[in-house]
Design a protein around this ligand. Structure first.
Ligand code: PLP
Length: 409
């Protein structure tokens, strides 16, 4: 008799975005005349930039000829992209990363979701609350948690670290030992960033406690403040204890193209039961080779074009457009008296709803009365209750209109 992996049955139904879509679709059906502005899901709205499009056209041309066809590529990614990543994302900031420490993939969702499988099931996992749900759900699937506790809105066995306005949405060190820590800065959903001092505290914690930090920097390209680190490796000692994820999805509009990378430094270790240590780099490489056949050549050529002079300039213009949207939202919502967070170094604006109004209640209110879709903070964790997220990935005129509608409420 075939049995099911019961860990999957612990997962909570109604994943956030399907539920948002369901409510928005039901409203649209009941009110076909309403023009709904979607500021919920963080998908890009601007097209790929010309440098990327030209490079991908060239790559398609190569694939269409027998003598330049590329079949299976290296599982870890083509050298041209791994070298470009090192040159333009790390060496330029004085960070020492080697090309063979860069693993190209088809997305940070898969990478942040998959990486946990190289670690033992008995590790204690710590996540921020609110959190990007992928970190939690993949640990549930792996069997690293107990059941869902409905009253708490949390899974047993996971250490949730509240991120609040008081701690600037950067968690305090946990009050009990943890082994695998997920941090994401610039943060989705709160739009918060972590300073070098705050990251140093975590790196020191990981070094002292033989823990590993999984650092999701999917939004680093949106950092405008020169003092904010783009990489956790800008902090001394991080190479020994941190794995970093980055993606071309939001940086360069690749959500539909798919290309990302993960840095697994040589020398980063985990421990066996007999207390001897092992390097994670060869283990991740082995896992990658077994389960992944490489990101497409066309995607990787497109990604490499992001680092050309033209590519960098064009991508910056798109990022500036999104960040202008964020500034418009911060100003408008601030003027309305909301406590507004994020939106300065991140494409997300996080606001506190009016006193006593829950996230989903506020979501429904905005949908029904302003025809604007936001993301309820409670969908990202119990500590997100009472907040909602607005995404800056939108057309500037829609953002302005949405703000005007909310002002009229
Ligand atoms: N990490 C965070 C924090 C995200 O918000 C997202 C996408 O929304 C991802 C990773 C996924 O990125 P990708 O498109 O590369 O899978």
């Amino acid at each position: 008799m075939i049995t099911v992996n019961e860990n999957f049955l612990k997962l909570q139904a109604g994943y956030l975005f399907p539920e948002i879509n369901r409510r928005a679709a039901a409203f649209a059906k009941a009110h076909p005349e309403a023009s709904i502005i979607k500021m919920g899901i963080g998908d890009v709205t601007e097209p790929l930039t010309p440098a990327v499009v030209e490079a991908m056209h060239r790559a398609v041309g190569e694939m269409g000829k027998r003598d330049t066809l590329r079949g299976y590529g290296p599982e870890q990614g083509y050298a041209f992209l791994r070298e470009a990543v090192v040159e333009h994302c790390y060496r330029n900031r004085g960070v020492s990363i080697e090309p063979d420490e860069v693993f190209i993939s088809d997305g940070s969702k898969c990478d942040t979701g998959n990486l946990q499988e190289v670690f033992g099931l008995d590790n204690v996992v710590a996540v921020t609350d609110p959190v990007y749900p992928v970190y939690v759900d993949t640990n549930v699937m792996a069997g690293r948690t107990g059941p869902w506790d409905k009253a708490k809105g949390q899974y047993a066995g996971i250490v949730y670290m509240p991120c609040t306005a008081e701690n600037g949405f950067v968690p305090d060190l946990p009050d009990r030992p943890v082994d695998l820590v997920y941090l994401c800065y610039p943060n989705n959903p709160t739009g918060a960033v972590a300073t070098a001092e705050q990251l140093k505290k975590w790196v020191d914690y990981a070094r002292e406690n033989k823990a590993i930090i999984l650092y999701d920097a999917a939004y680093e390209a949106f950092i405008t403040d020169p003092d904010i680190p783009h990489s956790i490796y800008e902090v001394d000692g991080a190479r020994d204890v941190a794995i970093e994820f980055r993606s071309f999805s939001k940086t360069a509009g690749f959500t539909g193209v798919r290309c990302a990378y993960t840095i697994v430094p040589r020398g980063l270790k985990a421990w066996r039961k007999d207390s001897s240590s092992v390097e994670i780099h060869p283990i991740w490489s082995r896992r990658h080779c077994t389960k992944f056949n490489g990101a497409s050549y066309i995607s990787q050529v497109g990604a490499a074009a992001v680092y050309t002079e033209q590519g960098k300039k064009q991508i910056q213009e798109v990022i500036d457009l999104y960040m202008d949207n964020a500034a418009v939202m911060c100003e408008a919502l601030g003027k309305l008296g909301y406590a507004v967070y994020g939106g300065r170094n991140a494409p997300y604006v996080w606001i506190k709803t009016r006193e006593g109004i829950g996230s989903w209640e506020f979501f429904d209110l905005l949908l029904q009365r302003a025809h604007v879709v936001c993301t309820p903070g409670a969908g990202f964790g119990a500590a997100g209750e009472g907040y909602v997220r607005f995404s800056a990935f939108n057309l500037p005129n829609k953002v302005k209109e949405a703000m005007e509608r909310i002002a009229k409420l």
